[in-house]
Design a protein around this ligand. Structure first.
Ligand code: IMP
Ligand code: MG
Length: 189
């Protein structure tokens, strides 16, 4: 039986081990190091979800760069609200700069569409998106993803920065919501 955890009222089963995640992060960083050499990019990390991916990615990015953070929120429980709230905004001047958005997951694409739109108004040279997870079946918007870690099915996941109601962000592996209810859930605690 696969390791299972319970978070509040829901059961989750392990689906992606941390070793696999780190392999893909390394591959993404190597590509970024090649593509963006000489551009001195500004990495813009989308909090809260992307904090763990960003830390792993930036440890492997070896070109001169800067890192900053914005805080957005769109999810409530296990579903998107369709509206994106900006909780902490951008302070840097990005005019003429190469910007790389660092995101945990692209689901409907609403967050990335809105972010690209508001960044473009500040006249950067170019904006790239680096997202670790991508759910192609959930996408509702046209967004170009430059760097993608893993394509995943349209299931709700937690771990590696992603949460259910604020919990589960600290898990290093990825867990997927189990569809069956009333199952015995063995806590890993
Ligand atoms: P989008 O705007 O629908 O693309 O959603 C983006 C945001 O929703 C992500 O940055 C996550 O914070 C959150 N999100 C999307 N899918 C999941 C999931 O499966 N688990 C936890 N959070 C998710
Ligand atoms: Mg996010």
């Amino acid at each position: 039986m696969k390791p299972t955890i319970q978070i509040k009222d829901k059961c989750f089963e392990i689906s992606i081990p941390s070793e696999k995640i780190l392999e893909e992060v390394k591959r993404m960083a190597e590509q970024i190091n090649k593509d963006l050499a000489g551009t001195e990019p500004l990495f813009l990390v989308v909090l809260n979800g992307a904090f763990m991916f960003a830390a792993d990615l930036m440890k492997q990015v070896s070109i001169p760069c800067q890192i900053s953070f914005v805080k957005l929120a769109s999810y409530h429980g296990t579903g998107t609200t369709g509206k994106v709230k900006e909780l902490i905004g951008l302070n840097e001047n990005i005019e003429g700069r190469t910007v790389v958005i660092v995101e945990d997951i692209v689901d409907t694409g609403i967050t990335m569409e809105q972010m690209i739109h508001s960044l473009k108004a500040k006249h950067p040279k170019e904006v790239h998106i680096a997202t670790f997870f991508y759910k192609p079946e959930a996408l509702q918007k046209t967004v170009h993803l430059d760097y993608v870690g893993m394509h995943i099915p349209n299931d709700f996941i937690v771990g590696y920065g992603l949460d259910y109601d604020g919990f589960g962000r600290n898990l290093t592996d990825i867990y997927t919501l189990k569809k069956e209810v009333n199952e015995v859930c063995l806590s890993l605690k």
